[in-house]
Design a protein around this ligand. Sequence first.
Ligand SMILES: [Zn+2]
Length: 446
Amino acid sequence: MQSSTLTQTLSFGLDIHSGSGDDLQRGCLEARRIRNETNRLDRHNRDWEDIKPVVVDNANHVKNTSQLIVEKALGELETYHDNKDEGWGRPYPYIDELYPIVMNHGEGYRLFLEDDNTVRFRITATRGTHVKGELCGSPDHFDRLQTAFNDDEWRVGRAEVVEKHDEWRLHVTVTHETHQVASKHDADTIVGVDVNEDCIALAAMRRDGDVKDSVVIEYPSVKEQRHEYFTTRKRMQTAGQTGFESVVQTEERDYVQDALHKVSRQVVEWVSQFSAPVVVFEDLKDMRDSIDYGTRMNRRLHSLPFAALQEMVSYKAAWNEIPADKVDPEYTCQRCPRTECHHTERGNRHKKRFKCRQCGFQDHADRKAAVCVVQEWLDEQYGNVPSLETLPRVWTVRRAASGAGGGPDSHGPSSGSGVHRHGTSARDSQSRAREELKSVASAVQD
Ligand SMILES: [Zn+2]
């Protein structure tokens, strides 16, 4: 077992008993003023260290809360500076929607676990104004919250008051400082992951080289949507409509986040079916140098899903005590996976097809890359790669465009794992995959 820090955000509704939604609204308006003031001072090139005390001293929130709101606003500016080369617009200096009240437990808000397992809250909406009542939410989130109260290794952390769909909600983070995950050295099944802008490929291999199963989860809508938002944003920038920029950016972020969350859940579900798995990614730091990005536009579309998806999968895996690791990705997409060949050449790959120019081995290029990730890991860990016998069929699952609100999955909730769970609508891609694998089988048997 090894330790890592895990934080989860729990979402609760607020059943207000004393004080009112208007009080919370005033708190969010004050948070917005703090946020806008922070942006205004930043625009005037004020040093960030100087901005904090000035804004906090003049705010109508308790000091700790004001500090957190300034930090959140500065964090957004920092994200912009980190990503501006990728085409991200600057945060709009004056937003006119509500901004969350950000609070530390024991400072701006407090929760009380009652004997009957209900949870009362007390929120300082603005300085001296308290809103009290009872949390409502899913049993799952209440369970997590109770664990955070009762277990010494957990703590209740920061929370935000937000208004969503005309309802007041409290988003509470709970953190486990030393969450245990299995040791990667005890892994029986190594799951190689190949993340692409339009799909994620997984291959599960035993230590002896037996590939148990593999799947390609496609999400073409993420790529399309990102492209569309990017174009819209550019058009608005050209037209000088910077006021709408942040709206589009938020929509894009929400859409992509939502889609990636669903994909990452599916990935972890699939991984969980194997005994003692370890999830292995390509190391992104090395990847940026080795990938043929093509145009600058391509780079923009590329950069975010890679990192975000890896992060989400690692995180959800860790919740299930599954460890994750990384390997040097240098040749994973060009190398022939047949151990007696291992011929590495750029020309081996043509888009989604892999064909070894030396031995003729053929496969779905992304699934093959996932197999190579596993081989690379075994080589790095043990200096030994077992010979590749046969590869199973490639199963392709396509996620439908779900829209920003998150629509239904085209294949139902459990399309993530295995061969037999797909609906008939997956038949086309299945027969396509079967065709592909015929050639794989013959190449491997040669
Ligand atoms: Zn080969």
